[in-house]
Design a protein around this ligand. Sequence first.
Ligand code: SF4
Ligand code: SF4
Length: 312
Amino acid sequence: MNLKHSNDIKAEAKRLGFFTCGIAKATRVSQEVETHLRCWLAEGMNADMEWMNNYLDKRLDPRLLMDGLKSIVSIAMSYVPQKTLPSDEPQIAAYALGLDYHDVVKQKLHQLAAAIYGEENVKTANYRVFVDSGPVLERYWAEQAGLGWVGKNRQLIIPHAGSMFFLGELFLDFETEYDHPITNRCGKCTKCIDHCPTHALSDSRKFDAQLCLSYQTIENRQELSHEAKKHMGKFIYGCDRCQQICPWNRFAEPNHTPEFQPREELLNMTVDKWKKLSVEDYRRLFKGSAVKRVKYKGLMRNISNLFSKFEP
Ligand code: SF4
Ligand code: SF4
C-alpha cells in the first residue's frame, strides 16, 4: 500500500486534476434517504427509468457491491466550459459539450487507485470505481464525504465553486480518516424552483423526472411531452436552467481538462446546420460524446421541435 492516509489520497486526487475529494466511511445510507428514495420510486417519480428500481438493496447499502468495502472516496471534476455555444444558437447541456465523462473520470479514478495501492499491486487490489454507472447514490456519498450539499435543484453544490461537476467514487477495502457532511446552504433561496419552466422541482425535494427537460430530451424514447415542447426553448439536449440560475454557480471557474473542451465544429453549429444534420455528421460531431445516449433519432426529434422557433 502506497497511500493510506486521507490527506495523501486527497493530495494525489488534486494532482490528477480532480477539483476536490473527500472520504466517507462505507455504511448503509441513512433511514431518511432510504425512506425518501422508496417513496420517490413508489410514486413513479422516476418516469420510465426502470433501471432506478434495480439493485435497490445495493443502492441502499454499497457494501453489497464490493466484499470488504470500508471507505468511499468521492471526487468532483469540473465541467464548466471554457467556450460555450453561441447564445442565439441551439444549446446542449454544458456537461455534454466535451468527450464522454464516464471514460475520462473512470480512467483518472483508476490512476488514483494505482497511486494508492501501488502500480505493482493495483491489478490484484480489491477496489471498484463508479462514475454514474452502478447503483450508487453518488450525490449522497459526495455529501457524506463533505464535498458539498444537495441543493434544491438536486445537484451537489460545492461551496464557492457551484454545481457543474462530474462525480465519481472509488471504493476502497481499508479504513482511513473520514470527512463529515457540511451544512446545506440553500437557505431561503428558491431560485431554481421558481425558474424551472416545467415545475419539475419543489421545495419538498420531490423531483419529478417526467417533467424535467433533461429526462424528456435525453432519456425519453417516446414523443416529447407537450410541456417539454413548449418549454425546451433552444435546448436540444438537456437543460441547464436550474444550474445557471443558482447563485453558487457565480463562483464557477472554467475547467482545464482537454477532453472536456468542445470541438470547434460543435461551436460553429448553427440552426441551419442542425436542421440538415445527417447521420454521418452526427457520428463525427459526437464521436466519444455523451450525446450518443440520445441517438441520432432522438436528437433529430429534439431539433425538429426548434424549427418553428427559429423560422422568421
Ligand atoms: S434541468 Fe431544467 S427542467 Fe430539469 S429541473 Fe432543472 S430547470 Fe427544471
Ligand atoms: S438556486 Fe438557490 S435553492 Fe436552488 S440550489 Fe441554488 S442556492 Fe439552492
